[in-house]
Design a protein around this ligand. Structure first.
Ligand code: SF4
Ligand code: SF4
Length: 179
């Protein structure tokens, strides 16, 4: 299967495939295959695809996603920027009344410079794990991952591989054999 990396094309295709993707989520949930086995398959595809995509040429997650910051993330930025936490909050962050979580005040992220992260070593934890495919517990994050398919070429292509390989099986028992 050819990788799709053009972000406009990915956005369009993801919208067209939205119903299909939610259907695949239901299929996976109904399969009752142990979550660790799904993690194993997803991580296999994640490694295969992430190796072929240059995030420094993309940086779309830094342009289009909402990054939430925890206290520890703010402390890390405060140390690396040599600013107080209040200065970091006032300069770069905002909160919304409905959830009170800190997020960057602008999009693209204020730390994105020439497609690179200017605070790479002290970037928020949620930036380090995006698109959330390489961590355990994929089954609990399927909704978030489906939303990421519109933004992230890695997420989009991993999901396409999964559908192609798993959905074509007659029986979920076959997935059991992969582990
Ligand atoms: S902190 Fe860095 S990695 Fe995170 S969104 Fe901003 S530019 Fe991207
Ligand atoms: S994680 Fe996804 S959206 Fe972010 S830079 Fe890499 S390919 Fe692009």
């Amino acid at each position: 299967m050819l990788l799709v990396t053009d972000i406009k094309q990915i956005r369009q295709l993801s919208r067209e495939k939205e119903g299909e993707n939610w259907g695949f989520r239901s299929f996976l949930r109904d399969c009752k295959v142990p979550a660790q086995k799904i993690d194993y398959v997803v991580q296999k595809y994640y490694r295969k695809i992430a190796d072929q995509i240059d995030c420094t040429q993309c940086a779309n997650c830094c342009k289009e996603t909402t990054i939430f910051l925890k206290e520890g993330d703010i402390a890390k930025l405060s140390n690396s920027l040599k600013k107080s936490k209040k200065e970091v909050i006032d300069s770069y962050l905002t909160q919304k009344e409905e959830d009170e979580q800190y997020r960057f005040h602008s999009s693209p992220c204020p730390f994105l410079e020439a497609n690179l992260c200017s605070v790479y070593k002290s970037r928020p934890q949620s930036c380090t794990v995006y698109p959330n495919l390489q961590r355990k517990g994929v089954m609990n994050r399927l909704s978030t991952i489906i939303k990421s398919c519109e933004v992230c070429p890695i997420a989009y292509n991993v999901f396409e591989y999964l559908k192609e390989e798993i959905w074509s099986m007659d029986d979920c028992e076959d997935i059991e054999e992969w582990y």
